[in-house]
Every structure is written in structure tokens, then in C-alpha cells.
Design a binder for this molecule. Structure first.
Ligand code: NAD
Length: 245
């Protein structure tokens, strides 16, 4: 029997990268999986290759989109057990060069998105009365101050605060809230955000001596989504090969 048998999981930002790996693992573990993303074709292809999975368009910056998607899941499946929020964008400009609209864009996706996700999924889980697990993807950039990543880093620090407060508010309803903070994991986002950096130098700084794989983050996400982590809430889980030990 799979670890998520009978559960309904919403994987946001699930069209590619870390979210796609989670969608695949959650489906293998018996969940009904809703892949949500702004990338329609990619998301449909990801969901189409999985058992009991479907795609829904969701722009995490839109309150209306969140309400439509979550209401639709509860109406059709009768429950929402897991929501994992991966949607994120990177911006590596120096602080003095960030235009205000660029700052707002990163905050809208990386901070307002998880806020709306916590709120909408939390409300739905409370209504359903089955408890649940919410996981938000932060970053090691939310644990320190990486050079040239003010807006990204600030938005990832914010996730920790929101998740800790949500864990307190949702705990009495049996809903757990945790965040995952990856280091360097091989995805398209990593390729674009490190294109001006020397890969060998990055790898030298990682005690385990390699870039992580999306399936390794998916394994941690499965632990947090499943009942295996039934007494974990309000916590930050770092997965970075020892980078910030
Ligand atoms: P990715 O770019 O491969 O995937 C991100 C997904 O989010 C994409 O499918 C994208 O379409 C979706 N997305 C972006 N904006 C959206 C929006 N407004 N609404 C809905 N979906 C949207 O990136 P990834 O590497 O898989 O990263 C996933 C998460 O993990 C991000 O929050 C990222 O900041 C975080 N993270 C990644 C790494 C890494 O090394 N890959 C490290 C630290 C943190």
C-alpha cells in the first residue's frame, strides 16, 4: 500500500522541476494528484504521464485562481489532504539595481503565492475536517544572505515566518505546515540562475560534492506529506548536501 493511498494532493508549480518529481512520486504512492502551474502544455504533459493525475491552470499570484482550483478539487474529490507550493522565480540583481516592479514581481510569486496557498488550502482543509499537510518550498537563500539575491532571499525568509505562524493556527485542526529549504538542485531554474557561475566552484563548496537531484527533494516532500511525519509541524527542513552546515 502506498504512503499516500486515498489522499488528494495539490502540487503547485508541478509542471516541471522539483514539483514534477513530487507529482510523480506522490502518484506512485497512491495519491490522486492535481498538478497546477502557469505552464499549461508542460503541466498537461506531466500530469498526462501519471496515474490518477490531472492538470489545472493556476497563477499563484491570483486569489481567484487559487479559490477556483481548490474549490474544484474539493467539489470533485471531496477532500484535500496535501498542498505543496513549489512555484518560485529567481532574480539575482544587486540591491542597488533592482527596479521596484522587479521586486514586486518576485514578492508576488514567491511570497504572496505561498500566502494565498496557505490561506486557501488551509480554509479548505479546515472545512473538510480531515487534517492535512501543507509544505512550502523555501531555499537556503532564506537561511542566509546570498550575494546578489535580495528579492529572492527576502521572499524565501518570509516563507519561514508564514509557515511557523500557520502551523500554530492550523495545528488544532490537525493540519501540519512545514517548509523545505533546498541548496543546489538540478532543474531548469538552477541552470538559469547559475549560468554566470562556475559549476566546479559551486560543487567544491558542497560537502557531499555534487548537485542534488529533484527526486531527493521529492523523497523529503513525501515524508512531510505523509503520515510518516505526523508529529512534525512548524519546521524548516534543509536539503543541501551540507552546504550550510
Ligand atoms: P522550476 O523553474 O524548474 O519550476 C518552478 C515551477 O513553478 C515552474 O513549473 C513554473 O512554471 C512554476 N511557476 C512559476 N511562476 C508561477 C506562477 N506565478 N504560478 C504558478 N506556477 C508558477 O524551479 P525548481 O528548481 O523546480 O524550483 C521549485 C521551488 O524550489 C522554487 O520555489 C525555488 O525557488 C525552490 N528552490 C529551488 C532550488 C534549486 O536549486 N532548484 C534551490 C532552492 C530553492
Amino acid at each position: 500500500m502506498g504512503q499516500l493511498e486515498g489522499k488528494v494532493a495539490l502540487v503547485v508549480g508541478g509542471a516541471r522541476g522539483l514539483g514534477a518529481a513530487q507529482a510523480e512520486l506522490f502518484s506512485q504512492e497512491g495519491a490522486t494528484v492535481v498538478v497546477a502551474d502557469v505552464l499549461r502544455e508542460r503541466g498537461e504533459a506531466t500530469a498526462g504521464g501519471l496515474k490518477n493525475a490531472e492538470f489545472r491552470f493556476l497563477d499563484v499570484t491570483s486569489e481567484q485562481n487559487w479559490n477556483e482550483v481548490v474549490d474544484d478539487i474539493v467539489a470533485r474529490h471531496g477532500r484535500l489532504d496535501v498542498m505543496i507550493e513549489n512555484a518560485g522565480i529567481y532574480q539575482g540583481r544587486k540591491l542597488v539595481n533592482i527596479a521596484l516592479h522587479e521586486w514586486h514581481q518576485v514578492v508576488a510569486v514567491n511570497q504572496t503565492g505561498p500566502f494565498l496557498g496557505l490561506q486557501t488550502a488551509g480554509r479548505a482543509m479546515i472545512r473538510c475536517g480531515n487534517g492535512g499537510s501543507i509544505v512550502v518550498l523555501g531555499s537556503v537563500a532564506g537561511l542566509w544572505g546570498p550575494w546578489g539575491g535580495t528579492s529572492y532571499s527576502a521572499s524565501k525568509w518570509a516563507i519561514r515566518g508564514m509557515c511557523r505562524v500557520a502551523a500554530k493556527e492550523f495545528g488544532p485542526h490537525g493540519i501540519r505546515v512545514n517548509s523545505i529549504h533546498p541548496g543546489y538542485i538540478q532543474t531548469e531554474l538552477l541552470d538559469s540562475s547559475t549560468k554566470h557561475l562556475d559549476r566546479d566552484e559551486i560543487i567544491k563548496a558542497i560537502p557531499l560534492g555534487r548537485i542534488g537531484d529533484a527526486c531527493e527533494v521529492a523523497a523529503l516532500a513525501l515524508f512531510l506529506a505523509s503520515d510518516q511525519s505526523s508529529y512534525c509541524t512548524g519546521q524548516e527542513f534543509v536539503i543541501d548536501g551540507g552546504l550550510h552546515g
